[in-house]
Design a protein around this ligand. Structure first.
Ligand code: F0G
Length: 340
């Protein structure tokens, strides 16, 4: 039997050898589902919008693809441990894969801005947690310096194995559709994932138009300069100075795509549409691509042809934001009759 996980599935396209100890939790092979109601909302025909459900990965986000490879390579290099800064998902994945590898894991988290589910994962997997009184960009500078000084492997997306692992998402999309989509929509924070998908598509000789979406209060790539105090409800992409800036711009320009911004209100409304009309619960950042598609549609500029939206993280990552959505709960005594 072939094992599960991205390395078993795509070994010949990944930088591993027979000596690499593969650390896997069975990541990858996530569903690509049709979203006809989302398509209708964007004025597009049935069968033209698809959702890649990366929340179905073992720790609930796309980070598992890159972390499987980064932690395998750290183990191969006999590292003392792994270290990262994170808005939450990277730390959850690092903590889980380090636990499986038997490595120490240290995570630098921006104070008060990490969603509850993600923090719970870092705690449960036994990561050593450092709360930074600052934003993600500042936490990343500290993490990089500490990693260099202490001989830990930095597993942020500046680690080339993270990008290599994450490019497998593009392979799966092309395999599932039988060809590349016309347009690929995804959220952009530190810009590692747009770099990875573009590389994956290029390695297959395909060139979908790449559309990246940032939150309006954290949109350095849209403004063309870093944002000192990034703000957004989508804490996963609350980043003001992306590490892979140049690569994101290259993906945009080489593919004749775009990087745009969507407001928090648009993000939350797209998150609700996905949950209520498609049955898919993703975290706020993951709704940014659909919010972007709807924004383009309103302006009469939605791309034609097949659109794939990557829903990067599971909705259960951020229960607090979800519980702020208005809903009516009726309270009754047990045992009585209830009329609907
Ligand atoms: N979506 C989710 C759910 C994320 O957690 C992230 C990044 C992104 C999108 C953006 O991806 O950074 O490659 O452009 N989260 C990182 C973290 C920063 O620390 O978990 P990107």
């Amino acid at each position: 039997m072939r094992g599960s996980g991205i390395v078993a599935r795509w070994r010949s396209r990944l930088p591993v050898t027979a000596r690499t100890p593969i650390v896997t939790l069975g990541e990858g092979d996530t569903p690509l589902v049709r979203a006809d109601r989302a398509a209708a909302a964007a004025g597009k025909p049935a069968g033209s919008v698809w959702l890649k459900l990366e929340g179905c990965n073992p720790t609930g986000s796309f980070k598992d693809r890159g972390m499987a490879l980064a932690v395998s390579k750290a183990l191969e290099a006999r590292a003392t441990g792994v270290l990262c800064a994170s808005t939450g998902n990277t730390s959850a994945a690092a903590a889980a894969y380090a636990a499986r590898a038997g490595l120490r894991c240290v995570v630098f988290l921006p104070k008060g801005k990490v969603a509850a589910g993600k923090l719970a994962q870092a705690v449960m997997h036994g990561a050593e947690i450092v709360e930074v009184d600052g934003n993600f960009d500042q936490a990343l500078t500290m993490a990089a310096e500490t990693a260099t000084k202490r001989g830990f492997v930095l597993v942020n997306s500046s680690n080339p194995f993270r990008i290599e692992g994450q490019k497998t998402g593009a392979f799966e999309v092309v395999e599932a559709l039988g060809r590349a989509p016309a347009a690929h929509f995804m959220p952009v924070g530190n810009a590692g994932n747009i770099t990875a998908y573009w590389r994956g598509y290029r390695e297959l000789g395909t060139r979908p138009r790449m559309f990246g979406w940032q939150a309006a209060g954290a949109a350095p790539l849209v403004h063309g300069r870093p944002v000192r105090f990034p703000r957004t409800v989508a804490t996963a992409i609350r980043i003001g100075n992306p590490v892979s800036w140049a690569q994101a711009v290259a993906a945009r320009d080489e593919s004749r795509g775009a990087i745009g911004a969507v407001t928090d209100a648009e993000i939350l409304s797209a998150q609700r549409l996905l949950a209520r009309a498609e049955g898919v619960f993703c975290e706020p950042a993951s709704a940014a691509p659909l919010a972007g598609l709807l924004r383009l549609a309103r302006a009469g500029r939605a791309p034609s042809g097949t659109v794939v939206c990557v829903l990067t993280g599971h909705g259960l990552k951020d229960p607090e934001t979800a519980m702020k959505a208005k809903t009516k709960i009726r309270r009754v005594k047990a045992g009585g009759e209830f009329r609907l």
